[in-house]
Design a protein around this ligand. Structure first.
Ligand code: PMP
Length: 413
């Protein structure tokens, strides 16, 4: 059974079998990924690209094969277009600091959407402060879909960048990224797509989307933490200045001046996360071995079943109802504070996420301070969905409502 390949899922939490519904925060890893990382440290560990010895050559070979695997998976034109980063956040910061700083100036416009995760807002605010660029925000329809008419209206000849998420981590909205890109291209804007929540659910073809940059994190697609990808068009990456300086990214260094390495190494300063890269490549190979259509159908079934079961829970309100949604549900439960819901579910062995989901501007637009979010992956079962809905029902019917412990900490998700 597919679920048996995820060892973590067999454990108990609070004396109950774990029901892991926090997949939008991070996914669990199949044995193939865990074993690849462990085997790397047991047999191959060495630094890449440098030494003349056997282990280093082996590590370098596998590291670069992983880049080829990723390039094929994304349908990139060349593996030079795949830059390893720490994750989505670092990839966006790289583009903001390199492409943004050298291409934006006073009065230029950066278009974001209300749905964005902080990772796709704050780096642009920082770059706007430095360059004098202006941020324009595309509003949402009541459903949580992007208002595409408003989007088209916001585009103009000052629009230099459109940076939007492929899938919202909070509402599940799947944005029409090819259409968004085509409209941006009509005004000659550069397009970055934050794919952090897309890769766990479906395969991406960067050339079919037509965007310039596509970024994502390994840990959300069944791979280790600390590794992610910036895919960019070679023509753009080639002329972009490096962001971080150090080893690996140079051709020649002297105190009178330094020349930079070629792609992709120009953007990979320092020793990379080698085991993470191999783990990510193992996750891609594992995904390639699955029947993606069947996984997709199962996720859809989990989502539909969860919606149907939760509708019967007293006081349950789903937040957003996008036309196309990934398998996640954000909701509120009448007078129950989301933090209480999260704690009570945890006592029943059920892991969900509560809070603002790193999308404070979205919370402000919705006029709420947070939600509870259950996010599903293909290894979840219909029985787990039912137990989750039953647990919610129990919480909803409890008269004795606990007071939430105030917690202003940012919850990474
Ligand atoms: N964008 C979206 C839509 C996300 O869900 C996340 C994950 N929290 C990020 C960006 C940032 O990803 P990471 O923390 O892995 O860099």
């Amino acid at each position: 059974m597919l679920r048996d390949q995820f060892p973590l899922l067999t454990q108990q939490v609070s004396g109950q079998p774990l029901i892991y519904l926090d997949n939008a925060a991070t996914t669990q890893k199949p044995r193939q990924v865990i074993d690849t990382v462990a085997a790397y440290y047991r047999t191959t560990n060495a630094n890449v690209h440098r030494a003349s010895h056997h282990l280093s050559a082996e590590a370098t070979l596998r590291f670069e094969q992983a880049r080829e695997t990723m390039a094929r998976y994304l349908n990139a034109a060349h593996s030079r277009e795949v830059i390893w980063t720490r994750g989505t956040t670092e990839a966006i910061n790289l583009v903001a600091n390199s492409w943004g700083v050298s291409n934006l100036s006073t009065g230029d416009e950066i278009v974001l959407s209300t749905l964005e995760h902080h990772a796709n807002i704050v780096p642009w605010q920082m770059v706007a402060e430095r360059t004098g660029a202006i941020i324009r925000v595309v509003p949402l329809l009541e459903t949580g879909d992007l208002d595409m008419d408003a989007y088209r209206n916001v585009l103009n000849d000052r629009t230099k960048l459109v940076a939007v998420g492929h899938v919202s981590n909070t509402l599940g909205t799947v944005n029409p990224v090819a259409e968004i890109t085509a409209a941006a291209k009509a005004v000659d804007a550069t397009v970055l797509i934050d794919g952090a929540q897309a890769l766990p659910h479906f395969q991406i073809d960067v050339q079919a989307i037509g965007c310039d940059f596509y970024v994502f994190s390994g840990h959300k697609m069944f791979a280790p933490t600390g590794i992610g990808v910036l895919w960019g068009k070679e023509t753009l990456l080639d002329v972009m200045p490096p962001w971080q300086g150090g080893g690996e990214m140079i051709a020649q260094v002297s105190f009178s001046g330094t020349t930079y390495n070629q792609l992709p190494f120009k953007f990979e300063a320092g020793t990379p996360n080698i085991s993470g890269v191999l783990g990510l490549s193992a996750a891609v190979s594992w995904l390639n071995q699955q029947d993606r259509h069947a996984l997709d159908q199962h996720e859809h079934q989990l989502f539909q079943h969860a919606l149907a079961c939760c509708q019967n829970v007293p006081g349950f309100t789903r937040i957003g109802a996008p036309k196309h949604s990934a398998s996640l549900i954000s909701f509120q439960l009448d007078k129950h504070h989301q933090q209480d819901i999260g704690l009570q579910l945890d006592q029943m062995g059920i892991a969900v996420r509560t809070g603002h989901h790193c999308a404070m501007p979205l919370m402000q637009a919705l006029g709420i301070n947070g939600t509870t979010r259950a996010s599903f992956a293909f290894y979840n079962t219909l029985a787990e969905v039912e137990l989750f809905a039953t647990a919610l029902d129990q919480i909803a019917r409890e008269n004795d409502i606990q007071v939430a412990v105030p917690n202003n900490n940012e919850q990474a998700d």
